[in-house]
Design a protein around this ligand. Structure first.
Ligand code: ADP
Length: 272
């Protein structure tokens, strides 16, 4: 099984969900069996009790689970019905750990974040049966809540083989109109944060309002230590349904196929 892990830096709401659903869509159209997993580091067990004014609408899956609206993106982009197992929250993980502890399942062990919580997360990830799993880690790198999930994914990449993992980090590069320049520092710092946790991103997707100049991308590539070919700019699209085609035209499927050793064919169809 292959995994693509999508993390976010700098700000939330920069389009991580759209990027992961779009990469999934492109690869699905290249003939690969894709499924997705959205990890929400919040402590709610599901999105059913969350204020829609703050968090957006609740998306109800086929099997009656109340999920984050992102699962709707995945369902529409990937064209597959989302189920309960397509979403993990920290609330679910901790609930299950505490229930097991009360049932005496840990046989006297001291229950800890590592290895017990990470094991629980890794088992949930591994249980999804597909050829390629898109894992989106909600929030921003550096958030306390997200740390344990990043650690679990890092461990999993070592256990399952790093050659089966492709890490995509989505960041935002602001443009300062007064000085007429793109500012890359927050991106450099968010990559450093990720590397500190032991994850070296394979690809950076640079979200901007307008197209960025290539010298800024050169700079990001150098300071972040990511191959220049794998630093991709994705300016705001007029319509999010254009994003898969844009990523395809940038050749993302070839880069991923090369890195994950996948065989791809084109059955392109940009209808939803
Ligand atoms: P995140 O997962 O980072 O919180 P989302 O993927 O949910 O962010 O995106 C938040 C919103 O931003 C989306 O609902 C969409 O309206 C908008 N958006 C995301 N990506 C793009 C893009 N490439 N171009 C234009 N708008 C986008």
């Amino acid at each position: 099984k292959k995994y693509i892990v999508v993390t976010g830096g700098v700000l939330s709401g920069i389009g991580k969900g759209i990027v992961s659903a779009s990469i999934g869509r492109v690869l699905k159209d290249c003939g690969i069996k894709v499924n997705s997993l959205k990890i929400d580091p919040y402590l709610n067990v599901d999105a059913g009790t969350m204020n829609p004014n703050q968090h957006g609408e609740v998306f109800v899956t086929d099997d009656g689970y109340e999920a984050d609206l992102d699962l709707g993106h995945y369902e529409r982009f990937l064209g597959i019905d989302m189920k309960r197992f397509n979403n993990i929250t920290a609330g679910q993980i901790f609930k299950s750990i505490i229930e097991k502890e009360r049932e005496g399942k840990y046989l006297g062990a001291t229950v800890q974040m590592v290895p017990h919580v990470t094991e629980e997360i890794k088992n949930r990830i591994k249980s999804i049966d597909t050829d390629l799993l898109m894992i989106e880690i909600g929030g921003t790198v550096g958030d306390i809540e997200g740390e344990i999930f990043l650690e679990a994914v890092r461990e999993l990449s070592l256990e399952e083989g790093i050659e089966n993992f492709f890490f995509v980090h989505v960041t935002f590069v602001p443009y300062l109109s007064v000085t007429n320049e793109f500012k890359t520092k927050p991106t450099q710092q968010s990559v450093q944060l990720l590397r500190k946790i032991g994850i070296h991103p394979n690809m950076l997707i640079i979200r901007t309002e307008k197209a960025i100049d290539s010298s800024s991308l050169d700079k990001i590539s150098l300071f972040a230590g990511v191959n220049r070919k794998y630093v991709i700019n994705l300016p705001d699209a007029d319509n999010v349904y254009e994003v898969p085609e844009k990523l395809y035209n940038l050749g993302i499927q070839k880069i991923i196929a090369e890195n994950l050793n996948l065989e791809i064919q084109n059955k392109l169809n940009w209808e939803y």
